[in-house]
Design a protein around this ligand. Sequence first.
Ligand code: ADP
Length: 403
Amino acid sequence: MKVLVLNSGSSSLKFQLFDMENEAVIVKGDVEKIGLDGSHIVYSPMDGEKIIRQRNVANHAEAIDLVMSMLMDKKFGAIKAVADIDAIGHRAIHGGTKLIEPVLITADVIRELESVSYMAPLHNPPSILGIKACQEKLPGIPMVAVFDTQFHQTMPMISYLYALPYEYYEKYKVRRYGFHGISHGYVSQRCIELMGKPSTSRIISCHMGNGSSVAAIRDGKSWNTSMGFTPLEGMAMGTRAGQIDPSIITFIMQQEGLTSKEMDEVLSTKSGLLGISGVSSDMRDIEVAAQAGNERAALACSIFVKDAVHYIGAYAAEMGGVDAIVFTAGIGENDIAMRARICKQLAFLGLEFDPVANNCRGEEVEISAPGSRLRAFVIPTNEELVIARETVSVLRKTHYYLY
Ligand code: ADP
């Protein structure tokens, strides 16, 4: 059974084609800069050379066309016909209170996703565009949506309720939803396996990439997490502000004469590491600038470390201790120096850090010393595999006669 996993961003479409007989990736890639100058596709077959093609891609429907033409290319294509794809799994960000479990996509599901788009105005529209583009270009292939919020549904009310008038929770469902759930769920499960499946566990998982969030996970279940009603809350991220005093928002809107949409854009696309450093949203660029003596870039790195330590400390206190820290995603998996800086501040929690083991990128490695009271792991995330597995599982339940 072949499953195509799609992750639609506002200007990108990431894809991976799986053979679910052995859960092997056949090809993966990314259409970048959709609707912008310089749009192109990166196509990386597991058994061949990476191919990059510059193409004009105006929207997500054209991006799907491009992905399919590469997948079916006579020379390097992985499939012969559209019908070779048995199912499509979509990463969905926010399904509100009704869409939580992985679900077969129907017209009703799309309507529900659209109706909760106001809760994630920057995240749901691209994901809906991706789903609609598939409906148009790949009709008849069953599609499943897997939600980033699902894993965090186990949070207790003390973690998810904001101290606002209670009626806003009742009327508008204003609460912490939490995101990166597919990733936090996957790496915490791996961590439990690496720890030898203890009967109880307190794990703090740090998903640190363009978007970053920290999650407190008790006995495999989400207890609290740093992202909130939307993915804007929590750590300072690539371009997102993270935690700030809410009064700053109305103050800046008044001072600069900004509309709420413009302010949303400032908080989501011009803040965070980019806002502080003025250099870039990309940690690699910021670290290069910091090493070259750029003080604001160095400050951005230090604030990132402080934010990670802040949430780890808070969650350790909330869970009455912590047994393991997990680092994942672009920065967590690859940034040796950043992990070292964070881990060194966790000695007070009993972490004996192993700098030699930490000298790794993108591999599953324990980076705490043998016998360390608090253990630390690098665990590469694999959101696409989780989505592919969930897609198969939903289809087995709903299309049991076919699979
Ligand atoms: P996304 O949230 O878009 O999936 P990723 O998980 O790919 O993001 O993470 C992107 C971030 O990871 C960027 O800030 C990038 O600089 C950082 N990153 C990737 N590789 C390295 C590395 N070797 N050293 C430091 N940072 C890295």
